[in-house]
Write a protein that binds this ligand. Structure first.
Ligand code: DC
Length: 222
């Protein structure tokens, strides 16, 4: 069964994908982490993010692996574990730009479809239901009020980088900028697939959302 979860950043997709993966005992794939990994790689190589020719050349030089370690997935680029690094501010600020390039998307979509060839998996991202897996068995689109998402993101950042001084307003500003960029870009913008189940998660706990998703999956299975 291929299950897809799309939605804006901070809507809880990753947490839900991990929970589902455990309960259903099938793998999950965080496709945003793939875009982040490539963005990190470009920054690490000191490439200007508007240098399309150079970025094209580097696409094949990124060897991307996912390793499962107890509860956490690790992202390895050319032998280096960058799981934490891809969540840093610089990557977060620039990843929308990198993910807007059509040639980057084509390359990563190919990897994502390959991961889905076994027809078993939970894929979370922005275009899973619309572009990557239009025939997924079940599709979810999560919506959440931007102010609520910003608060969640702020708490997450404080937890991940306790020594940094984050400001809530800045987090909201960045989030709105990224939402706009992701949903207005020319290629595969963030959009709800026509056949996706829409869940407004703004005022629900993660457990409540999880129960709703599970109910839909059970219904689909029967
Ligand atoms: O979910 P996230 O915040 O980690 O995603 C990082 C970026 O990658 C975000 O700007 C949107 C982009 N992205 C995308 O364009 N397509 C996907 N399938 C997943 C993420």
């Amino acid at each position: 069964m291929i299950i897809v979860l799309d939605g804006p950043s901070g809507s809880g997709k990753s947490t839900l994908a991990k929970m589902l993966s455990k309960v259903l005992d099938i793998p999950y794939f965080d496709t945003g982490a793939m875009y982040r990994s490539f963005c990190w790689f470009l920054i690490d190589q000191k490439v200007a993010l508007d240098d399309e020719e150079k970025i094209k050349m580097l696409l094949d030089e990124m060897n991307f692996e996912i390793k499962m370690d107890e509860d956490e997935q690790h992202y390895i680029v050319n032998g280096t574990d960058i799981t934490r690094k891809i969540r840093n501010e610089e990557v977060t600020k620039n990843v929308s730009k990198v993910s807007a390039y059509l040639f980057v998307r084509k390359h990563l979509v190919q990897i994502q479809r390959k991961l889905g060839e076994s027809k078993v998996g939970i894929f979370e991202g922005r275009d899973m239901g619309t572009v990557v897996f239009p025939h997924a068995d079940i599709k979810f689109f999560l919506y959440a009020d931007p102010n609520i998402r910003a608060i969640r993101r702020f708490e997450q950042l404080k937890g991940n980088f306790p020594l940094k001084n984050f400001k809530k307003d800045r987090v909201l500003e960045e989030l709105l900028k990224r939402d706009k960029y992701d949903s207005t870009r020319e290629h595969s913008p963030l959009r709800q697939a026509d056949d996706a189940v829409l869940i407004d998660v703004s005022y629900l706990t993660i457990d409540q959302v999880f129960s709703k998703i599970k109910e839909h999956i059970e219904e689909k299975k029967s």
